[in-house]
Design a protein around this ligand. Structure first.
Ligand SMILES: [Fe+2]
Length: 300
């Protein structure tokens, strides 16, 4: 990993190839990405009523804040408008909708000063999505919903692109996690006791790279990239949207980022929806990933 591309004009195949080598792409807002963020802001403002969503934590007990998020987040994730706007974004960024699949967009919150860092607003420790059963060809699209600054952004830890980390991914199975843990996220207010894959040796967090883009802009990176939530000291909450994509050709060819340290089982492959018509990836292909798990895939 050595390059951050700003508003490049390369085609999708070239971009995917570079993303699988650890490069990061940053884009200015497009009409659909701006619309998705505007829609999220509308829903967030509705949820917090007369309060400023970025400052609401200062006038609300944390239990109440959790209740607001517990209602808001699933509503956003499953709203048909959220799902409709993603294909527009993909098209605007040169993806072939007949072969690009996406998962539903998540809405994330990072409150300031340790107000809420568990459960529904989990402050992500350094991780790779591939420790969580994501395929190695998964790409992450990350969008700030309000203005962000370095103190409430997302951090990449570039040295670990090629350096393995001892981690707990071998105890992670996506299907079991879905059964047990996700539905209990809102119950974890003060601490988070769920056994998530995390580094099991000290991580050198610096040097780290934080990319600040405009509201509705996009940070695009491989799911293998080690990334974390920056401990928010900005004095205001950060709301972001992220969704992930895979390209069918790469899924079939088992192309993607190298696997240097993931050992989880199960797969998220069944979650992705085709950009053109929201169809799922065929079962026989999903099953292949389910059987092999992360350990079955090696560096391309
Ligand atoms: Fe992640």
């Amino acid at each position: 990993m050595n390059t951050i591309y700003f508003d490049p004009t390369v085609d999708d195949a070239t971009r995917r190839h570079q993303l699988y080598q650890g490069q990061i792409f940053v884009y200015s807002p497009s009409p659909s990405s701006s619309a998705l963020c505007a829609f999220a802001r509308e829903m967030i403002q509705d949820a917090f009523g007369s309060l400023d969503p970025l400052k609401a934590q200062y006038s609300m007990p944390v239990e109440k804040y959790v209740e607001v998020l517990a209602e808001l987040k699933p509503k956003f994730i499953h709203h048909s408008k959220s799902k409709q706007l993603i294909p527009g974004i993909l098209e605007e960024f040169g993806c072939d909708l007949s072969k690009t699949y996406f998962d539903v967009p998540r809405l994330r919150t990072a409150t300031s000063d340790g107000y809420l860092t568990s459960g529904i607003a989990y402050a992500f420790h350094p991780h790779r999505d591939t420790w969580y059963s994501a395929p190695f060809c998964q790409l992450n699209w990350w969008l700030p919903v309000y203005e962000i600054q370095s103190e409430n952004s997302l951090a990449f830890h570039p040295r670990y692109w090629s350096q393995p980390l001892r981690n707990g991914s071998s105890r992670y199975n996506y299907h079991e996690w879905n059964k047990d843990s996700r539905k209990n996220a809102a119950k974890h207010i003060k601490t988070d006791t769920r056994d998530q894959p995390r580094p099991e040796e000290p991580v050198e967090l610096d040097p780290q790279t934080r990319v600040i883009c405009q509201v509705g802009g996009i940070i695009l990176f491989s799911g293998s990239q080690l990334h974390s939530t920056v401990p928010n000291t900005a004095g205001r909450a950060r709301f972001s949207i992220d969704f992930r994509t895979v390209h069918l050709d790469d899924v079939i060819a088992k192309t993607g980022a190298p696997n240097i340290d993931s050992a989880c089982t199960g797969t998220t492959m069944g979650d992705y929806l085709r950009g053109a018509d929201l169809a799922h990836i065929p079962n026989d292909i999903v099953a292949l990933y389910d059987q092999l798990g992360a350990a079955g895939f090696s560096a391309p």
